[in-house]
Design a protein around this ligand. Structure first.
Ligand code: SF4
Length: 165
């Protein structure tokens, strides 16, 4: 079972997208490699911002941190989402845990050439801590959370698992 320090960016992203997805992922059910959306995400990631060095914090792997201590993340989707913001906030929290005063997250969307900035405020720090505790609650649940409404599952790599009767 994972603990507080093991919760990473992917866990937080799944927490926001679908609690059932997080629960399945934590149990080793990972069909992502079959999903073209994930492959596209990797391709965008691999061809963007190649001059910068990823930062590995163990459970959390960040794209890069600039000299002003802003975390930068490159996203494959065209539109910002609460999950993206939560992931950026989580990385800031992790950096603070190792003594780096992260100022916030800058999310890059190369597909639409958009950039969004989320300062790491005391409120963001409180929410980041709550998100981790929430992810641990899902992790400890004895049964998988309910499915989302089918319309919300479009593009999810777990669609076959959840919807094949
Ligand atoms: S298919 Fe739907 S219910 Fe299943 S994990 Fe994905 S989003 Fe959640």
């Amino acid at each position: 079972m994972i603990g507080y320090e093991d919760v990473g960016g992917v866990h937080i992203k799944y927490l926001y997208h679908c609690r059932r997805q997080l629960w399945l992922y934590l149990r080793g059910i990972r069909p992502e490699h079959l999903n073209t959306a994930v492959q596209l995400g990797e391709a965008v990631h691999d061809t963007s911002y190649t001059r910068n060095t990823p930062v590995d914090l163990g459970a959390a792997k960040l794209d890069f941190v600039d000299g002003g201590h802003w975390v930068h993340e490159v996203k494959s989707s065209g539109r910002p989402s609460p999950a993206d913001e939560a992931q950026g906030r989580h990385y800031c929290q992790r950096l603070h845990r190792v003594g780096i005063d992260a100022q916030g997250a800058v999310l890059h969307y190369p597909k639409t050439r958009r950039t969004q900035r989320f300062p790491y405020t005391p409120e963001a720090a409180r929410q980041a801590d709550e998100d981790i505790r929430d992810a641990l609650t899902v992790a400890r649940a004895p049964a998988s959370p309910d499915r989302l409404a089918r319309s919300a599952c479009r593009g999810c790599s777990y669609t076959d698992y959840c919807w094949t009767e």
